[in-house]
Design a protein around this ligand. Structure first.
Ligand code: A3P
Length: 323
């Protein structure tokens, strides 16, 4: 049985009870009720010094980063990266799907070290042991406008996410921070501040998407607007990994959008279609910078900019909303 068949089979006999999740506030941040129900366990999670935590606001490029990190850790060995689906390779610590399935926490606990784990938690809700153990963390931030659009489509396709409402309604909820995992503004700012005191590599989706790089200039015709070499090298340095140029080329190839879109162990088609309906909007949707221009009205753009100015005042953090 292939790893994909295995990933699908695991989910076959599960009574999913596909309903849109109820949310509850933890410290002013909306989380699913299922996560809140085990919050004490999540908070008490015992991180180990060699754990690596990949943290993002939802839809900021988590899966992309996870695949890049896994490929680096596996020295570019594609077969090793096919050992399991993304959430089985790198458990999502606050995720609770069904009572009959292991939670992200249980998967993490059962995993041998060194572990790579995923979270969407804002910095103040990350279990304290990660800070106490001085774990390395990679945070990826995406500009708020594209993040909002991507999150809206994810709510539409994922039948266990809270009801998004109309585009206009979701837009307002996002700005108010009344969405799962809370305010995007607070999330990106909180992690930005934390990097001054902890081992956090803070990356931007837009930089991974396009980074001027001499070497790749000649490949532009084949790979327009896509040049993550520099950012992947940053991750390698952070992980203290040295890889041959050929291996890096391979990682660049296998983690580009079109390839990942067709990778069944990374594109979330292993999740039953009643839960993630890719016909509504695929998980690997567009993978671009600037798609917000296709959704924001002029008034919404002005509103976003004015809210942004207010909420991001005083931070040195800046974003590119187009390339
Ligand atoms: P879009 O909805 O804008 O297409 P996450 O993994 O945090 O849920 O983020 C999902 C977003 O990252 C989606 O954005 C998805 O298409 C994009 N993405 C996933 N893999 C990517 C890749 N290899 N290159 C660029 N974007 C990618």
């Amino acid at each position: 049985m292939t790893k994909l068949e295995l990933a699908k089979k695991k989910m076959e006999h599960v009574d999913w009870d596909v309903t849109r999740r109820e949310t509850v506030e933890v410290g002013g941040v909306l989380l699913t009720k299922q996560t809140c129900d085990i919050w004490d366990k999540i908070w008490a999670f015992q991180a180990k010094p060699d754990d690596l935590l990949i943290a993002t606001y939802a839809k900021a490029g988590t899966t992309w980063t996870q695949e890049i990190v896994d490929m680096i850790q596996c020295d570019g060995d594609i077969e090793k990266c096919k050992r399991a689906s993304i959430p089985d390779r790198q458990p999502f610590i606050e995720m609770v799907t069904r009572k009959t399935l292991p939670t992200g926490l249980e998967k993490a606990e059962a995993m041998p070290s060194p572990r790579t784990l995923k979270t969407h938690l804002p910095v103040q809700l990350v279990p304290p042991s990660f800070w106490e153990q001085n774990c390395k963390m990679i945070y990826v931030a995406r500009n708020g406008k594209d993040n909002l659009v991507s999150y809206y489509h994810f709510h539409r396709m994922h039948q266990m996410m809270p009801e998004p409402g109309t585009w206009e309604e979701f837009f307002e909820k996002f700005i108010a921070g009344k969405v799962l995992w809370g305010s995007w503004y607070d999330h990106v700012k909180g992690w930005w501040e934390a990097k001054n005191n902890y081992r956090i590599l803070y990356l931007f989706y837009e930089d991974i998407k396009e980074q001027p790089d001499q070497y790749c200039a000649h490949m532009r015709n084949n790979l327009p607007n896509w040049n993550p070499r520099h950012e992947i090298q940053k991750i390698m340095q952070f992980l203290e990994k040295e890889l041959e140029k050929e291996v890096l080329d391979k990682i660049i190839h296998y983690t580009q959008f079109e390839v990942m879109k067709n990778n069944p162990l990374a594109n979330y088609t292993f999740v039953p279609p009643e839960i993630m309906d890719h016909t509504i909007s695929p998980f690997m949707r567009k993978g671009t910078v600037g798609d917000w221009k296709n959704y924001f009205t002029v008034a919404q753009n002005e509103r976003f900019d004015s809210e942004y100015k207010q909420k991001m005042a005083g931070t040195s953090l800046t974003f590119r909303v187009e390339l």
